[in-house]
Design a protein around this ligand. Sequence first.
Ligand code: URA
Length: 255
Amino acid sequence: MSEGENARELLIRFLKQRAELGERDWFLEELTAERALELLRSRTPRFAPAPAPSHTRPLRSASPEFEALRDEVLACTLCRLAEGRTSVVFGEGDPHADLLVIGEAPGHAEDRSGRPFVGPAGKLLDKMLLAVGFLRAEVFICNVLKCRPPENRDPWPDEVASCRPYLRRQLELIAPKAICAFGRFAAQTLLNSDQSLSRLRGTVHEFIGTPVIVTYHPAALLRNAQWKRPAWDDLKLLRRVYDEGGGRTPRGELG
Ligand code: URA
């Protein structure tokens, strides 16, 4: 066996072990374990990953339609934000997730890495999701806007209009059981409303037939600790709606 083949065998064995342990998280910038296994499998079918333990999900890859949408979004030049971006942030997670998480727009860290919610707000988002049972890797996380507005300014209406069909398509292809909109902007855009966040939260809304729960943006919670309590109420509501809608038991709950 050549040195290259040997390294490949070792990598496959390593990935299979991580998969058997139920790990799906990213382990290199912009390369998920799931994607790495997909790439390896596509070249060596005999190394398909071992079945995941019964308490975890099988590895699930994205449909060709979802990959085509990703390619389209990554090449988008519909609005001025294409000019200043480092990356398009399509979103990440399980392409068949039962929970879709939506934020506003990529910030500096997201623009640099091409991944959503990776800065301090992202760390809090992960904790919020886990508090109601969800591992980051088993939901799908994206934003209303796929490119960073300069200096993190509020998105402009024509930018939202350009990106909106992408979000809609993501939703149709993922077909989640519930959506959580984090922050005023995501909530207002999704619900086509100009009501304040405090008016929108606490009730179950709907976007193209999918229930939507609205809560505070994690970045706002980092600045306003007094909102953590109501945010916790929102997350409990989210979990209830998710369960009632037939969402699969989240893996974060199973430990
Ligand atoms: N804030 C958002 O709304 N989305 C991100 O991806 C990061 C910060």
